[in-house]
Design a protein around this ligand. Structure first.
Ligand code: NAP
Length: 336
């Protein structure tokens, strides 16, 4: 964020590789107002020529006078060099921050840090459930379990994600678009990569997801041949585990593409498989005060489940938020 005379003149968010970093985006928005302005950055600006040019040089050239940034970049190619370069160019670097500000900055960059440590994106699983823990009725109807505020929040979450993964079951049942939109339906932010996990290549050519801006990664099994005449559809033939797409391979592939934050928005089949394979880092569960009932209406996680409560997947760092009469509970998985 670029601030001049107390007014925000530019904002930016880092794009997935090989996209731009937040700093040049915010500086470009600010234009001439960067001269003598203050730049707030969640993370130390990077100081080397990688996929993106060094942000430090762009900041120096833009005439920024002060950089406020609480966290040193954990990437060994930076670790303090960014701050040193800025100071050497006469820019004031302020690193003082409260514990709360540091916590918030760490949260903003947690996908980046996770990717740096694991080479995989941070996987957040989003669920919308009724009060009795169902994700759809016995006929498969799930639109809409949650209220408009929860759905707007999901669009906000998509805006901050690099990709959304779904399963072929959801594509066939709900025909979702999985884009980030405002409440009036207009697209917001950069188009997301949408990933469809579809072992046998059952995705219909008229699926709504295929007809929205943004790329599609169509992951099928290694023996499944599918074709698409759309340039925005990329096909990946993945290895199989128990006859279904190897999800760890999908996560690794997204990590290799440099994606940091990925959401899973799927039915119980794929969500359960992600959980069973220890591939989920965080959950975001929207709970609606509705009762669906019925023993055949699905819950959020298919599969075998556990037999003893002590083996339950534990969630920590819990936050909760009321969204009118819905509740959003978020947390990270501890048993990985
Ligand atoms: N409330 C919510 O948050 C929410 C969100 C989404 C969907 N839904 C509801 O969920 C229902 C659909 O559930 P679903 O389970 O069929 O959908 P899903 O989880 O989106 O897709 C499941 C399919 O994914 C494919 N898949 C590929 N690799 C897999 C793997 N390794 N493990 C597991 N599955 C794999 C399987 O089909 P192949 O074997 O053919 O590949 C499987 O049938 C619908 O009623 C929908 O409305 C609810």
């Amino acid at each position: 964020m670029v601030v001049k005379d107390g007014v925000t003149v530019g904002e930016g968010t880092t794009e997935p590789r090989p996209g731009k970093h937040a700093e040049p985006i915010a500086l470009a928005v600010a234009g001439k107002a960067t001269k003598g302005a203050t730049l707030y950055s969640s993370l130390e600006p990077h100081a080397f020529q990688g996929v993106a040019p060094p942000c430090t040089e762009i900041i120096i050239d833009a005439g920024i006078s002060t950089v406020i940034s609480p966290i040193e970049d954990p990437n060994p190619n930076v670790s303090g060099n960014g701050f040193r370069q800025l100071q050497a160019a006469g820019i004031k670097v302020v690193r003082d921050a409260t514990e709360e500000q540091i916590k918030r900055a760490c949260k903003i960059i947690e996908g980046f840090t996770h990717h740096l440590n694991t080479r995989r994106p941070l996987i957040s699983l989003k669920l919308a459930i009724s009060l009795d823990g169902k994700i759809a009725t016995r006929t498969g109807d799930s639109q809409w379990i949650t209220n408009e505020y929860s759905r707007a929040k999901v669009h906000e979450m998509r805006r901050g994600a690099d990709a959304v993964i779904t399963g072929i079951g959801t594509v066939i049942a709900d025909n979702p678009r999985l884009t980030s939109r405002t409440t009036d339906g207009s697209p917001t932010g950069r188009p997301l990569l949408r990933v469809v996990v579809d072992t046998d290549g059952r995705m219909p050519s008229d699926a709504a997801i295929l007809h929205e801006p943004g790329d599609i990664l169509w992951v099928v099994g290694k023996n499944t041949d599918v074709e698409s005449n759309s340039t925005s559809v990329n096909i990946h033939q993945a290895g199989l585990v128990n006859g279904k797409v190897d999800l760890a391979e999908v996560v690794d592939l997204l990590g290799e593409k440099g994606l940091h934050n990925v959401m899973v928005e799927a039915g119980g089949g794929l969500a359960g498989a992600f959980l069973e394979n220890d591939l989920v880092d965080e959950v975001a569960v929207f709970i609606s005060p509705k009762i669906i009932g019925g023993s055949t209406a699905p819950g959020p996680f298919a599969g075998l489940g556990i037999s003893a409560i002590e083996d339950a997947v534990k969630i920590q760092n819990i936050t909760h938020q009321a969204l009118d009469d819905d509740i959003l509970i978020q947390g990270s998985i501890t048993t990985k």
